[in-house]
Write a protein that binds this ligand. Sequence first.
Ligand SMILES: [Zn+2]
Length: 188
Amino acid sequence: MILHFIFVVKEEDRDKRKFEFEYIQKMSQFYKVWIKEKFGLDYEIQCDELVTQPRSILQRLDTHTLVRDHEQRGKEIYHFYLTHFKPLWTDCTCEGYHAENFGLAFWQQPKEENDTLFLAEKNCTTVSHEILHELLRILRHKKYVQEVHDIWTKHFYEQLEFEQYGEDFKKTDGKPMFLTINTSQLNL
Ligand SMILES: [Zn+2]
């Protein structure tokens, strides 16, 4: 099983978003460990960039473009796109989208470089939301959409804490490097 993270970045932004890509590379390895520990699934991780050229308004990059990209690269690989646009349509309660072996999350750019906490709070959490849908689907969980959304609601309206992990991928009460959806209430 392969999980391939792809940072979709505009050519003109590539240099100034290097720090984010470095974070994404670490986050990819983090999710390998997180998935293995939580769900016992062993993914080989890949991570790279998809550099996009300026496009006309008629050829705007959207979810369908990336679904096609996923199909061309190989449907047996779980491709996860971190994008500079929000999905136009989604059944998710976050700015992401999921389908079989396909994930997408709107990746927000921090105002200040090196703002790891921003990346953890705004982006890493969304990624965990979409990954959880896919893992529950693989594990044949009947409510793989609803259950994730129920937890997500608790994060935003009932002060349920995100899970905090440090640079060593272990749980921490200190400043987190990675934040994920809280899986403690999952009915597996
Ligand atoms: Zn969702």
